[in-house]
Design a protein. Structure first.
Length: 145
């Protein structure tokens, strides 16, 4: 028997995701970057050096938002800009060693928090979460709207 798709299910999921994100931000609050900046750092970690346009597309924000965020990240030593080797008019943004260290430490803190919270659940609850994880990942996949 499958669960019906209802506004209540969607609302419950929204509440869960919002609260979880808020708690995870608090856990790694000492990393001194905003959620947008952390997302940019993660995109650079996954995809390597990107142009401002590529970052704006990946983050689904306007180019001025990326420029301002990259300016702040560069001032903190977390990213570096370099001219593209094939087109000197294009700048690529890359993650620095300091940026990679920040992401690693913040991820370690958030993972430790979640592991602690998961240990507090029953084995049946942990199994339910594990079973739901692939569907939740599919929920995030881009597709027709």
């Amino acid at each position: 028997m499958s669960a019906p798709i209802t506004p209540v299910l969607a609302d419950d999921l929204l509440l869960l995701v919002t609260r979880l994100a808020r708690r995870l931000r608090r856990v790694a609050a000492a990393d001194a970057v905003t959620p947008t900046q952390r997302s940019i750092l993660t995109t650079l970690e996954r995809h390597g050096p990107c142009t401002h346009g590529e970052l704006a597309d990946a983050e689904r924000v306007r180019p001025p938002t990326i420029t301002a965020a990259v300016d702040r990240l560069e001032a903190q030593g977390l990213v570096a800009r370099a001219r593209d080797a094939t087109d000197r008019r294009v700048a690529r943004v890359a993650l620095t060693a300091e940026g990679r260290t920040l992401l690693t430490e913040a991820r370690r803190q958030r993972t430790a928090y979640l592991e602690q919270r998961l240990r507090a659940l029953t084995p049946a609850d942990r199994a339910s979460i594990a079973a739901a994880a692939p569907a939740l990942l599919r929920l995030l996949e881009e597709g027709p709207r």
